[in-house]
Design a protein around this ligand. Structure first.
Ligand SMILES: [Cu+2]
Length: 233
């Protein structure tokens, strides 16, 4: 209803001004450059420029798509044979992950952990992994205060099953450049399998200790909803 009145007011105002303020000189006005309504001034016309700024950005976008194709495919890798990280590791098995020249990590198998977001703290869960593979705790970092800590092992690849207890959050592992939303209510099966989103965390030998932030606005303390990833050998 309100939008109806707003649009009536707006369009009435628009049409009134369009007709009320028309020039009365009609076609007799002095027009040395022969400028016509709706026609681009001829002396500014440049076909080569027009073609160049259409073709060049097109090539740039095709190239950017091409170079980001493989890393993007790796970030959203599926599990199993067709993925980058195989099946879940058996007990005692190592991922033995390898970093290739394109910055893509492949693994023999992966370990499953859980990340839960809630206003305004992260909960990390190593499930039944040994403390040598995965550990949790807390740490104090400047500005953010006491934050939950996740400790993972170099050479191992982890798949985090993620969910939220309230609103949408998104853990952002700054040093690895990966992030993914945690969703509330997007149930994809019985509640014990309620893990709507996942995130690969391949801890290759170039991954260092880093801060984890929330990158989906989730309320008052969103900006200090932090965590810390510690990498151990
Ligand atoms: Cu959040």
């Amino acid at each position: 209803m309100i939008s109806f009145f707003v649009s009536v007011f707006t369009f009435t105002w628009l049409y009134h001004h369009s007709f009320w303020y028309r020039s009365e000189d009609a076609d007799d006005y002095n027009n040395p450059d022969e400028i016509a309504v709706g026609v681009f001034p001829k002396h500014n016309d440049d076909m080569r420029l027009e073609v160049a700024w259409t073709i060049a950005p097109f090539i740039l976008i095709v190239w950017l798509t091409y170079v980001s194709w493989v890393p993007l495919d790796a970030v959203w890798s599926e599990t199993g044979e067709d993925g980058y990280h195989g099946e879940e590791c058996e007990e005692g098995q190592s991922s033995n992950n390898q970093l290739d020249d394109y910055g893509v990590v492949t693994s023999e198998c992966y370990h499953v952990i859980e990340i839960t977001g809630k206003q305004w703290v992260w909960a990390f869960d190593c499930l039944d992994l040994s403390t040598e593979l995965c550990d949790t705790g807390s740490d104090n970092i400047e500005v953010y205060g006491t934050v939950p800590l996740l400790s993972l092992k170099t050479g191992e690849t982890y798949l985090a099953n993620m969910r939220s207890e309230d609103v949408t959050h998104a853990p952002w592992f700054l040093g690895m450049g990966v992030k993914e939303d945690t969703l509330y209510g997007a149930q994809i099966g019985p509640s014990e399998y309620n893990w709507p989103t996942t995130l690969w965390l391949p801890i290759s030998d170039i991954v260092d200790d880093q801060i984890i932030l929330c990158t989906e606005y989730c309320g008052d303390a969103h900006s200090v909803m932090a965590g810390k990833l510690v990498v151990h050998q």
